[in-house]
Write a protein that binds this ligand. Structure first.
Ligand code: CA
Length: 227
């Protein structure tokens, strides 16, 4: 089965170049050239990955990303930002994007990022369909988290990290182990990346993120999930 990619990009030239290249690489590609149709398409159908430009007519890429996560769509999102939008990159990741690439980029770089994100997509586990702790429920099949029935939007990476924690409940996990198991490649992410994602998970899941009860810090060693 070919991985399906949704490409949302309004620059016609880039859209065509990317579509050709992605198809050559063996992906099934669908395209949208504005934010609203991109959002509609991504929420109506299931894709393995979304390539999302930031500056789009209609809804911006940021709005599309945020609204998809709020809807519980956990598809990995790779954002394409214009040169110099450093602040925007941070905003994009906070809104639930999984990675970003600054234009203009090398095609090889884009392909490597896509492969890495697809490798990290959460596999369906038939063994455990869901995990409930307190008011929180994690559904592994739909990749959705809810608190008292209300959706808690997580990025695909945050979800994978949470999933790994749940699968290793009670074990002290080092930052290096988490990095290897959840991120799985050794280019840009550093152990600091783990800390940042743990902080984001705590913000979203803990009753009081300053005094975490679910993801504990084990000083000098790493983290332990006890939910
Ligand atoms: Ca654009």
């Amino acid at each position: 089965m070919k991985p399906r990619i949704l490409l949302v990009e309004d620059e016609r030239g880039l859209l065509l170049t990317l579509t050709d290249r992605l198809r050559d690489e063996g992906y099934e590609v669908e395209t949208c050239s504005d934010g609203n149709s991109g959002f509609e398409r991504a929420s109506a159908d299931s894709f393995d990955l979304i390539l999302l430009d930031v500056m789009l007519p209609g809804k911006s890429g940021f709005d599309v990303c945020r609204d998809l996560r709020q809807r519980g769509v956990a598809t990995p999102i790779l954002m394409l930002t214009a040169r110099g939008q450093t602040v925007d990159k941070v905003v994009g990741l906070k809104l639930g994007a999984d990675d970003y690439l600054t234009k203009p980029f090398e095609m090889m770089e884009l392909m490597a990022r896509i492969e890495a994100l697809l490798r990290r997509a959460p596999p369906v586990s038939p063994a455990a369909a869901a995990h409930q702790f307190g008011p929180l429920r994690v559904d592994f099949r739909s990749a959705e988290v809810s608190r008292d029935g209300k959706p808690v939007p997580l990025s695909a990476r945050e979800f994978q990290l949470l999933r790994y924690f749940i699968e290793h409940r009670g074990a002290t996990l080092s930052r290096d182990e988490l990095l290897n198991e959840v991120w799985g490649y050794d280019t840009t992410p550093t152990t600091r990346t783990v800390d940042v994602h743990v902080a984001w998970l705590r913000q979203k899941l803990e009753e009081n993120p300053r005094y975490p009860q679910l993801i504990l810090t084990i000083h000098g060693l790493g983290y332990k999930f006890v939910g």
